[in-house]
Design a protein around this ligand. Structure first.
Ligand code: FAD
Length: 402
């Protein structure tokens, strides 16, 4: 019998590689060190709350994700398109006028000047039809340099772009490549930011659920990888036809990219002072970058009668008291009564993707040592990039045998 392909790492890239091999009829075995699938995309359940491992969203226009997921079965619900901006003690609106026409008047009175709104509208229109390949071929500069070159005012950058994009890139300097900006913003222009009804964990669980159970090994850390074999932490050496390394990039310190981190706090409360599943940007707060009431998106993420507030900070050292102090500035004394549910610090959330990192040419594939490498850090650092990288790893392997 043919030796299986050995895939190390059960995040989205490893899972996508497994699915692609399965479709081609290639035997494989997938080894994951932790007790669940999904790596950085996952959720916990606690006291009746669903808590994603850091605030993240699934863009329903992701081009590769649709190949791997039954989107209907995920019961995706969209956030409002745009954001509320918490400034000077009140919420101002930046809403997509086509999707939320009733918020047009509020948007015209919001933090963006008419000229900035026009720039935003033109940019959205231009990026709507942009393919991934085109986005990854635009002039490579930082996202901040790009926005400035488009003429956005200081106020538009500071009150809207910096917290909005900072929350996506998980870095406040907007030093991420404008290619990543074009990729992500074209998807916002075409589709919606959503979350599955059962939390992010539903995404890897759905993919793993379609794979043969005897090929899947949870709680199985691998300590050594070679081109045709791996050693399990429990001792045995396993031979394979090929080895795919789908571990996160920080497992190899020599090659590890700089990491962008975040800390996410969850609070339970009885009431929040806005209506609808809006992302709230907090440009004036010292610690909080964004927050959102997840129970207004999916009521079942909190026990009946409760709201689940997710609060994201970009400085990983931030503590609960600092966040509560920011919340009190925003919402008054009521915030002091909000019950902390969890604090999740994720220093290695995303690989940094500065100019020079991204191109339309894939970096996934065979390394000099004969091992095939995949992961989000080799494509666009996202759910979609991880899935694409796993698919490309399988393609490289199948091509090798063609
Ligand atoms: C807080 C946060 C917010 C994010 N926001 C978004 C967002 O809004 N939208 C979006 O698209 N993406 C977002 N992302 C990024 C997205 O989650 C990742 O790009 C994607 O999940 C990475 O998948 P991966 O397979 O490349 O790596 P990983 O998920 O890191 O998978 C690697 C796997 O390898 C396993 N492993 C490591 N060492 C070993 C070993 N020795 N033996 C066996 N297994 C091992 C790990 O346990 C892990 O399961 C966010 C990520 C985080 C953390």
């Amino acid at each position: 019998m043919n030796k299986p392909v050995l895939i190390v790492g059960g995040g989205l890239s490893g899972l996508a590689c497994a699915v692609s091999l399965q479709k081609a009829g290639k035997p494989f075995a997938l080894f994951e060190s932790s007790n669940r699938w999904g790596g950085r995309a996952g959720s916990d359940r606690k006291d009746g709350f669903i808590l994603d491992r850091g605030f993240q969203v699934f863009l329903d226009a992701y081009p590769t994700a649709a190949e791997f997921l039954d989107l209907d079965a995920l019961n995706l619900k969209p956030f409002c398109s745009g954001a509320l901006v918490a400034r000077s003690g009140r919420f101002q609106t930046v809403a997509d006028p086509f999707r939320h026409p009733k918020h047009l008047r509020d948007t015209l009175k919001g933090p963006l000047s008419p000229a900035d709104l026009l720039r935003l509208g033109r940019l959205t229109f231009r990026l709507k039809g942009m393919t991934r390949e085109k986005a990854l071929s635009v002039q490579d500069e930082s996202a901040l340099e790009f926005l400035k070159s488009r003429g956005f005012s200081h106020q538009a950058v500071e009150s809207f772009w910096r917290p909005f994009l900072g929350g996506i890139f998980l870095e406040p300097d907007l030093a991420t490549s404008s290619r990543m900006f074009h990729f992500v913003f074209s998807l916002f222009a075409r589709g919606r930011a959503t979350l599955p009804r059962e939390g992010m964990q539903a995404i890897p669980d759905q993919i793993a659920g379609n794979l043969p159970i005897d090929a899947l090994k949870l709680n199985t850390p691998v300590t050594e990888l070679q081109a045709q074999g791996i050693r399990l932490a429990s001792g045995p050496w396993i031979e394979g036809e090929h080895v795919v390394d789908a571990r996160d990039p920080w497992t190899s310190p020599d090659e590890a990219p700089d990491a962008c981190g975040t800390v996410c706090f969850y609070f339970a409360c009885d009431h929040v002072p806005w209506t609808g599943p809006w992302l709230v940007l907090c440009p004036e707060q010292e610690h909080i970058n964004t927050l959102t009431d997840l129970s207004q998106l999916h009521a079942q993420w909190a026990p009946p009668g409760k709201h689940l507030l997710s609060v994201s900070c970009l400085n990983t050292g931030v503590g609960e008291q600092e966040v509560l102090s920011d919340l009190s500035e925003l919402f008054g004394d009521q915030a002091r009564k909000w019950k902390p549910i969890a604090r999740m610090e994720i220093p290695n959330a995303l690989p940094a993707q500065p100019p020079g990192h991204l191109s339309a040419v894939s970096k996934t594939g065979f390394q000099a040592n004969g091992i095939i490498r995949c992961g989000d850090f080799l494509e666009t650092a996202s759910i979609d990039g991880a899935l694409l990288s796993g698919k490309r790893a399988a393609e490289a392997l199948l091509h090798h045998h063609a």
